[in-house]
Each structure stands twice: as C-alpha cells, then as structure tokens.
Design a protein around this ligand. Structure first.
Ligand code: SF4
Length: 397
C-alpha cells in the first residue's frame, strides 16, 4: 500500500552518529537493508485512516480491523463476520502484510518450551522462545536482526547487527504466540500469554522508537493493543545509559533487566564491550534511578562463566556495588552460561554457582539462579539463528 513511512525505525543507531546522546553506540556493524512493509502496528491513527480512505473504506473499518487483530490475533480478514468481503483482500494486504514466517521450530521441556526461527521480509532471521511455567506463560522476543554489542561469549554477538526490526515485526512475534497459546499450542490446552521479555536477539534500547511503539501496543487493551500488562514486560539492556534515562521519562511500568555479567569495569570491558562507552557506575546509577522512578525492582542478569566471573571475589564485589545504593532495589539473576560451540567461554561449576548465590544472599541481595529453559534446544540467545545460518537450512516454503 502506498503510504510513506513517516517515522524512522531507528532510535539513534543511524549512520554516522553525529547527534544525540547515543546516536552512534551501535553504528559499528550497522547497515541499512530497507524497511519492513508498513503494518497496522506501525501506523498512527491518522495513517490508518488515510490508508482506509485510499482503499475507499470508511474510517470505522480501521477500528474493526484493530479489534480483530489485537483481541483475537486473527489476520485473515475473510474470517471477520462483520467486515465486508469486498474489502477483505485489500485490507489484509494494506494492514496485515506477512512480516514474519516460521522457518524452523524446536521443542524442549516436554513441549513447554518452543523456539521458533522466523524469516523476515528481507530474508533475515530472528527467533523467539515460548515458555510455559506453572503460573505464567512467557515469550522471549527479538528486537533487532542480530546484535551490534559484540559480547564475545554470545552467538548473536557473533552475527553482528544487520538492522533494526520494525514495531510490526516485534509485535507480530507476540500476536502469533498469543494466538497459539489461546488455541492450545502448548501442553494443557488453551492458555493466556502473560509475560513478554525482550531478551531475544538484539539490544532493545538500541531500537528505542520501534521498541516503545511495540510496548505500547503490546500493553494497551484491545482495540489499541494486545492487553498484556506493561508490568509483565521485561526490557533487557546491556546498559545503554541514555536509553535507560529516556525510558524513565516514559512512565510506563516495564521491568528493567540489566545484563551486567561482571562487577568491575576491568572485567566488564572484556565481557561486554559496551562498558567502554558506559561503565558500570554509569549503568548502575541509571538502573537505580529507574528503580526510584518506577518503584520496580531492577533485575541484574549475570551469566556465570567458569573461572571468569563466577568466583567468590566477584560475588562479593557485586554485592558491595549493589548495596552501595541501599536495600532491596535489585534482584540478581545469575544464569549458567549456555556455551556456544567452539567457544572458550563455558558454564560455571554447580558448586561455584551455589557459592555465588550464597554470597549475594548473605550480603542481603536477593538472588535466584535462573533456569536454563531450552538449553537443550540451543537456548543461548541467537544460537538457533546462528546455527541455521551456518547450516544454510532450506526454508519450509
Ligand atoms: S549478550 Fe546480548 S547484548 Fe551481548 S551480543 Fe549477545 S544479544 Fe547482544
């Protein structure tokens, strides 16, 4: 459909990086590969109405489309009993272009974990992971194709950053998973997708604008959104400080998760190259400010790597750094690294994991060893996509 994309999908990772506080933080491997087709999710209200007018449809039809999309997750306009059949094909094409298609799926945990590799319009690959727990169902989604953060232990980091995803591409992962949950894709029959974590491929705060557009439409109630509470959305960042500060001003109560992985600048410079741009003090200051403003405890993600960042001295220093800001503002999630093939970075010994947790707890820091859901299905972020690219898997269609 012929309306111009007025907004930029980017967020400050545009070429050149000449202005704004974090214009160039991801610029290194970033190359533009065109933009995804415009989708209902990407359009403002005015744009939606403009498209409707171009199709000769009254404006109120837009609300019907949004209602079916967000409340029922159905993009087959022919199924809409209240929608004129003569507009069905053009409306589908204009508002619901196919943005993501499944290429491969892997299941684990008796079917309670499903990892999907998706193909995007430009043949890029991203992935999402659906996980059923006793009290919630969580979807882990991607926000960029690849990632430019270059963490040496991470499969996605090895892929580099290809491009930002559009809000439509981000929300489509959620809409499809919500539909699958409602239609019994997981064991135990119909269930409700309750939680979203931005912990798949990419640095969500590096794709700020599309991420926020997506979050608003994931969290709003139908017909404005999918109705998953913002409180059940977790935004993971490697520590893009200006992005955290910008998020504070959104006043939307998502949970912030900071991938710290090391308690000192010396070690973090090695594990998380972004630390050379925004150091641990700046990151923790911003994370604590987010806590003060949102009143939501911040999660600290910490991938435990054998002999590298998992020793008693690391746990003690981490506790000291976190306690510097006071009590009960943070929750630490150490997670055993799910190693990628051929990597020198490997998972901690169980006894070291245990000691790490105990040191944190005895220092008054709340901490839970995160489970490694899907570790038997290439659960490390980006790993399925990396493997698929390596094997040059043939697509299904
Ligand atoms: S660990 Fe996260 S931030 Fe680092 S390269 Fe991987 S996806 Fe990017």
């Amino acid at each position: 459909m012929a309306i111009q994309r007025e907004h930029d999908l980017g967020s400050g990772i545009t070429e050149g990086g000449t202005q704004g506080a974090f214009r160039d933080v991801l610029a290194k491997n970033h190359s533009r590969r065109g933009k995804a087709p415009l989708h209902l999710v990407d359009m403002t209200d005015e744009q939606r109405k403009e498209v409707a007018a171009q199709l000769g449809m009254p404006a109120f039809r837009v609300k019907q489309l949004a209602q079916h999309y967000f409340a029922h997750g159905d993009t087959d306009v022919h199924n809409y009993s209240d929608f004129p059949a003569r507009f069905a094909d053009v409306a589908k094409e204009a508002f619901f272009p196919t943005l993501i298609e499944p290429v491969a799926e892997q299941e684990a945990d008796n079917g309670e974990t499903i990892k999907t590799l998706w193909r995007l319009f430009d043949d890029s690959r991203i992935e999402s992971v659906l996980m059923k727990y006793p009290t919630r169902t969580t979807l882990c989604i991607s926000s960029q194709v690849g990632c430019g953060m270059d963490c040496p232990f991470c499969a996605t980091g090895r892929l580099g950053l290809t491009r930002n995803m559009s809000a439509g591409e981000i929300v489509e992962q959620v809409r499809i998973a919500a539909y699958q949950c409602a239609h019994g894709r997981l064991p135990g029959g119909s269930t409700r997708l309750s939680n979203i974590v931005f912990m798949g491929m990419g640095e969500a705060l590096g794709n700020y604008k599309a991420m926020m557009t997506a979050i608003r439409q994931i969290s709003a109630l139908p017909p404005e959104g999918l109705g998953i509470s913002a409180r059940n959305i977790t935004l993971s960042t490697v520590g893009v400080v200006p992005g955290i500060r910008k998020l504070i001003n959104e006043h939307i109560p998502v949970r912030l998760a900071v991938s710290l992985h090391a308690p000192s600048d010396e070690l973090r410079n090695e594990l998380v190259p972004m630390n050379k741009r925004f150091n641990t003090t700046q990151v923790l200051d911003a994370a604590h400010d987010y806590y003060l403003s949102s009143k939501r405890r911040v999660s600290i993600e910490y991938a435990l790597m054998r002999g590298i960042n998992d020793q008693a001295e690391h746990a003690k220093l981490l506790a000291k750094r976190l306690n510097h800001y006071g009590d009960d503002w943070v929750h630490v999630n150490p997670i055993p690294l799910n190693p990628i093939e051929g990597s020198k970075w490997t998972a901690s010994k169980p006894e070291d994991e245990q000691r790490f947790i105990e040191i944190l707890r005895s220092a008054g820091i709340s901490a839970t060893l995160r489970d490694t859901r899907g570790s038997d299905i290439d659960g490390a972020c980006g790993q399925l996509a990396a493997k698929e690219l390596a094997n040059n898997l043939v697509s299904r269609s």
